[in-house]
Write a protein that binds this ligand. Sequence first.
Ligand code: NIG
Ligand code: FE
Length: 409
Amino acid sequence: MLLVKNIGLLQTPVGTHSLCGPEQAKNLKLKDAAVAVKDGKISEIFADGAEPPLSKFDRVIDAEGRLVTPGLVDCHTHMVFGGWRHNEIPLKLKGATYLDILRAGGGILDTVRHTREMSEDELLNRAKGFVCEMLRGGVTTAESKSGYGLDLNDEIKQLRVNKRLCEETPMDIVSTFLGAHAIPPEFKDRADEYIDYLCDTVLPEVKRQNLASFCDVFCEDSVFDVMQSKKMLLCGQKYGLKSKIHADEIEAIGGAVLAGELGAISAEHLIATNELGMDSMARGGVTAALLPATSFYLNKTYAPARAMIDKGIPVAIASDFNPGSCPSLNLQLCINLGYLKYRLLPEEILTAVTLNAACALDRGDAIGSIEVGKNADLVIWDAPNFEMLCYRFGSNQVKTVIKKGEIIQ
Ligand code: NIG
Ligand code: FE
């Protein structure tokens, strides 16, 4: 049995469901606490200086008065890819937009070319490096989307990498099928036919090999329209994949409205969303997965996080790590941006990067909070409180990461 003792402040949201409205700001705060871990799960929590029976534990970690939170959950990443896209930055600085570059055959399609050229093992080794960096930054569960293969073999290759990342690293990886991320060159100007191909040929194989939990689509001007997105997500549902949607990132073409109508588990990005979209999400119980580092990197405005909380939409915050719109996997930076740009409270932000993110991955029963029975995914921070994490930026403030009761670093 493991004991994490001498915790100055244990701060966590509570529950197994996403928290919305005023509930999002409610964190349990225990002083002079300790956490006992048995078989990788939290078995007991002590507070207010209560003395755990030390002789019962074969391993003891002294937090030396520091802050302890649940392991962070990064619920939106595209971490399996070939190449980088640094060559786009001079174009952007000259005024080209994200969609200009994509329409000209660059952007996502450039990454597709590089990803198709790499073998499964090469992609795996590269992504393992990213996973290590995420773990060092306090992330203990991450989503990983496909979407840089865009054909049967290469989408399956990416999804197999997700599976192996989960098996071969300490990180829990939740896999999302995003075949509808862009229209590949083979289907240029034939988006409808590409959606049919994904539904008839790729999805059945994804299901057969059980390689994804969610189906996602990039619903955006010049990419997939609302009807195509709906068809894709309904087809995913037919195969048991819950719906996620890249919605209203650049233009509000109806993605958030669709998310509400379909009861999607999450709508993601939402920089450009509007009242209609938010009302539909609130009605449909959809979690907003917001990606502030992407706003930063695209030089865009920030999603209306406060309005969402006021409307009772649960808000999660994720990195969106990808080689184009956000080549950073630093979720601590997203905490800073959530504070300064979304103007959320520290407690709301902690919920956004733990429990609400876990619920956006359908894992609220097992992770996302420090409670008896949940996985012992914990971070000891080199900070006395969460306000310090919101305030300092650019440094890794992690002291120790514990994953299912094992010390990762
Ligand atoms: O979430 N918006 C679509 N997909 C990614 C970007 C992927 C890329 O540019 O390679 C995103 O930002
Ligand atoms: Fe994305």
